[in-house]
Design a protein around this ligand. Structure first.
Ligand SMILES: O=C(O)[C@@H](CO)OP(=O)(O)O
Length: 201
């Protein structure tokens, strides 16, 4: 059996300011740093074989703080842009509430949470899944099949793409799927990579 822990980065400066972020490389907020440290405490007792992260600072910092917290900074870490947040195109930098006032709540929810509608100039969740899932299959799943304990630090939408696949969620279900910042989500998987259980720690 393998253990796979997914963690969305702690609150970022632009989460705090309620701005569409995507590929903009913003740092963690002070609260985000605390969330990452608290996540480390929740993961006490886990011994990770390896970890994966995007190439964005908020995920890298979260991973670093977690691994420091549990004294496991020496494990192999692979960072890849395949795990980056969904690219938000023309919305990047805009305030979410102001954008909802301008375009309406329903349109903004569709841009933010639908499966295959692209925000202007950006990636849909489907586009994001088309880079996250091949990366998971080629770089991460082989270690799942070996029964390793693995940590992935990434982003709201790159993780929604992965959770959708792991839990076999429908497009309707994924519309309501929100992944909180800094909350470790544990999956236990069998030797074929099938999910046996999942829960937030
Ligand atoms: O701004 C973003 O990049 C993401 C994650 O914070 O936002 P959303 O909640 O719309 O997926």
């Amino acid at each position: 059996m393998s253990k796979l822990v997914l963690i969305r980065h702690g609150e970022s400066q632009w989460n705090l300011e309620n701005r569409f972020t995507g590929w903009v490389d913003v740092p963690l907020s002070p609260k985000g740093i605390e969330e990452a440290k608290a996540a480390g405490k929740k993961l006490a007792g886990f011994t990770f074989d390896r970890a994966f992260s995007s190439v964005l600072a908020r995920a890298n910092e979260t991973l670093r703080l977690v691994l420091e917290g549990i004294g496991q900074t020496g494990i192999p870490i692979e960072k890849d842009k395949a795990l980056n947040e969904r690219m938000y195109g023309e919305l990047q930098g805009l305030n979410k509430a102001e954008t909802a006032k301008q375009f309406g709540d329903e349109q903004v929810k569709i841009w933010r949470r639908s499966y295959d509608v692209r925000p202007p100039g950006g990636e849909s969740l489907k586009d994001t899944a088309e880079r996250v899932l091949p990366y998971y299959d080629s770089r991460i799943k082989p270690y799942v099949l070996k029964g390793e304990t693995i940590l992935i630090a990434a982003h709201g939408n790159s993780l929604r793409a992965l959770v959708m696949q792991l839990e076999q969620l429908t497009r309707e279900q994924v519309l309501e799927l929100n992944i909180p910042t800094g909350a470790p989500l544990l999956y236990e998987l069998d030797n074929n990579g099938k999910v046996l259980s999942h829960r937030y720690l």
